[in-house]
Design a protein around this ligand. Structure first.
Ligand code: FES
Length: 313
């Protein structure tokens, strides 16, 4: 397929820029900081190169904090966690695609798992964990003290496009824990005057847990027991009728491929944003667990990358 990848850093221009990738010469946003002798950046609103010069080598690290969580078991493996936010967290934790690393207070740092923030209000931060792996299962067994690290912003492939989408139709599709990415995305899009339609399925979590919240904010929600069996036809109809400017798919890769194939089959020009399903351990572009050469160039850490594909003729 002709076309090219648009690739930048999710933290470019934020308070977490510059980061360790500027130090080690692998900055995703700035060609000067990645060893070139010319500027080739996609202007993010601030200059990563100047930020790095002015910071004099000081990197603004994400902080760790112990919080007291209210735990509720939603299904045998699904855990609902809520804790009170500090006032300073409200704007930082509210971006579409925000996630935190969580671990029990008595667990080592390498037990931390990345978990999307489902929603944040003045009273609570809400997360849902599917405790099916060795790390996430520790959260099921722990008492109420949990250490959080963050915020990280790279749960979606291109959250920047959500802020730019205005007065448009948007379709959101989610299954399993992908649902966790939809509420913050919906709130961002509703602020831009967009009209939102969502199709949700329980998937691997056996539960639809964001339907009510999305409806409360004004999203039209369609719940199905299986996206593959019942959702696909409904989604195809909506894609044809609504002609959305943006489609967000939050779920397994098989689902993302199905939705992308639908978009291609009707010649849709909609932006396609999806959740990243790769393993993440550090979130800082350093550990290598999420490295990919998917973009046809040097290996890129997906935890830091924001990307979209622009097709050619
Ligand atoms: S999670 Fe460590 S490099 Fe991406």
């Amino acid at each position: 397929m002709e076309g090219q990848w648009s690739l930048t850093c999710v933290d470019a221009g934020s308070e977490y820029c510059p980061c360790h990738l500027a130090e080690n010469g692998t900055c995703l946003a700035c060609s000067l900081l990645s060893g070139e002798d010319f500027c080739d950046c996609r202007w993010s609103g601030s200059c990563s190169y100047l930020n790095y010069q002015f910071s004099q080598g000081v990197i603004n690290k994400r902080s760790e904090c112990t919080v007291l969580v209210n735990k509720k078991r939603l299904t045998p493996s699904l855990l609902d966690l809520r804790f009170r936010p500090k006032t300073s967290w409200l704007p930082k934790f509210a971006h579409a695609g925000t996630f935190l690393f969580l671990r029990p207070a008595d667990a080592p740092y390498y037990a931390a798992v990345p978990i999307s923030i489902v929603n944040i209000t003045a009273d609570e931060v809400w997360l849902v964990v599917n405790c099916i792996g060795p790390k996430s299962s520790l959260l099921m067994r722990t008492d109420s003290q949990v250490i959080i690290r963050g915020p990280y912003y790279g749960a979606l492939t291109n959250s920047h496009v959500l802020k730019k989408t205005r007065d448009a139709n948007v379709i959101m599709v989610a299954g399993g824990t992908g649902q966790s990415a939809l509420v913050l995305a919906a709130k961002t899009l509703l602020r831009g005057g967009n009209r939102l339609w969502a199709c949700l399925a329980p998937g691997s979590t056996d539960l639809i847990y964001v339907g009510q919240t999305l409806r409360k904010y004004g999203v039209e929600v369609n719940e199905v027991s299986s996206l593959r069996r019942y959702g696909a036809k409904i989604i195809m109809n909506q894609l044809t009728q609504l002609e959305p400017s943006l489609v967000i798919c939050a779920g397994p890769e098989e689902l993302q491929t199905t939705i992308l194939t639908m978009l291609c089959s009707i010649g849709s020009k909609a932006e396609f944003v999806h959740t990243k399903n790769n393993v993440m351990c550090c979130g800082e572009g350093l550990c290598g667990s999420c490295l990919t050469n998917h973009f046809g160039q040097k290996r890129v850490p997906l935890c830091k990358a924001q990307y979209s594909f622009r097709g050619g003729n």
